[in-house]
Design a protein around this ligand. Sequence first.
Ligand SMILES: Cc1cc2nc3c(=O)[nH]c(=O)nc-3n(C[C@H](O)[C@H](O)[C@H](O)COP(=O)(O)OP(=O)(O)OC[C@H]3O[C@@H](n4cnc5c(N)ncnc54)[C@H](O)[C@@H]3O)c2cc1C
Length: 404
Amino acid sequence: MKPKLANSNESDVLIIGGGICGVATAFHLAQLGERVTLLERGEIAGEASGVNAGGLGGLGWGNNPDLQAYLTAGSFEIFKTLQLDMGYDIEFHAPGGLQAIHTAEQADYVKNRVLRLQSEGYHAEFLTAREARAIEPEASGALAGFMFLSKRARANPTKATVAFGEAAAALGADIKTGHDVQAMTQQPDASWQVRSSQGEFRAKTLVLAVGAWSRPVGDMLGIEIPVAPIKGQMWATEPVPPSIFHLSGSMESPFDWSNQDSDENYPPEITHRGDTRVTRHLYGGQTRNGEIVFGGDRQMVGYDYTPDATGIEVNRGQATEVFPLLSRLPIARTWAGIMPFSMDGKPIIGKVSQFENLFVLTGLASSGFGRGPMSGKLLADYIHTGHPAAVLAEADPARCVNLK
Ligand SMILES: Cc1cc2nc3c(=O)[nH]c(=O)nc-3n(C[C@H](O)[C@H](O)[C@H](O)COP(=O)(O)OP(=O)(O)OC[C@H]3O[C@@H](n4cnc5c(N)ncnc54)[C@H](O)[C@@H]3O)c2cc1C
């Protein structure tokens, strides 16, 4: 590692944002020997990265991984390393995932999709409800089937995000909480001066990893980062004995989204347009402490943290169609968090072309927990070597980040 700079407020790379994207970038940069400071205005994992369902992994690498496969399968390996090799108990567990199929039309859609995915080398299977009940006994036998994804996994979102921060700090990164960044100024030598609520910082390179706050933070620099804040909400039962063993969800929303026209006013794959529900979405499972946790709605309602009771009931109804035992279990708590959805549905990872030494990592939408670690690694490699991995071309900010 390089020696520490005399002034502790100076570093090679300054990262703004202590969610999974920021801490994963800090960890990988520190591994490469870069001197890193991270500024988070609240606590590490205080926003979306700490309140999500912890779902990760998916289809595996496939024969010719695209960006999403790269981020998902790569992150799966990084989470596994954190749990199995680095000594952090992040509750990583990879039992696989089951996606419920509610209708005959959805079953046809899934069978075609499974054939295509298998031909591309991905791990996906169609199961009858009977076959699914052999591995998930509480699943409903009345459904039209399930899609089984053997590479799905789960980790505790807060523990995992905090662990990346601790692993970065152990390698020398300076992780600072309670620092609300209020101004960023590029110096004549192209380095950055950053003012937070608690002090001034200087670094050659600046990384914005501020999730759903990409637009307001971009405003400080006079750039538009087209990321919409999307509310996600969840609910949990009291802890109960082990009852649900897989990451669980439904194919209803992917089926509906595949049949929907895009609307430039909304990012893709959300559950509401204005007040109108366009689909039901479902994900969840049982956590190590025994709570059964489900969620699904994705609404563009600004920075609103109030769970919507009607939406929670719709979600619970759908979860009960999949797991009838849920009809007997009352909801013990509900919560919401804000996800960063890019307007074109793709991650935004890379150099901001309008400035020297400015990078952004955002727009990971509803899969940012499961895709953040590999996104952070790819960005760290890019900053360290000066060259982006070829797979990042799809995520290039140049396609959508503009001067205002
Ligand atoms: C209910 C729910 C369920 C979800 N389920 C899953 C799931 O199962 N699997 C999955 O992969 N993903 C899931 N997600 C999505 C996932 O949580 C997000 O995509 C991911 O956490 C985004 O990480 P991030 O680091 O970009 O943003 P965040 O975690 O939001 O972190 C950004 C950080 O930047 C900080 N910040 C902002 N402005 C400033 C400033 N001016 N100065 C300093 N700091 C600042 C914020 O305080 C925040 O801590 C879910 C999300 C929600 C809400």
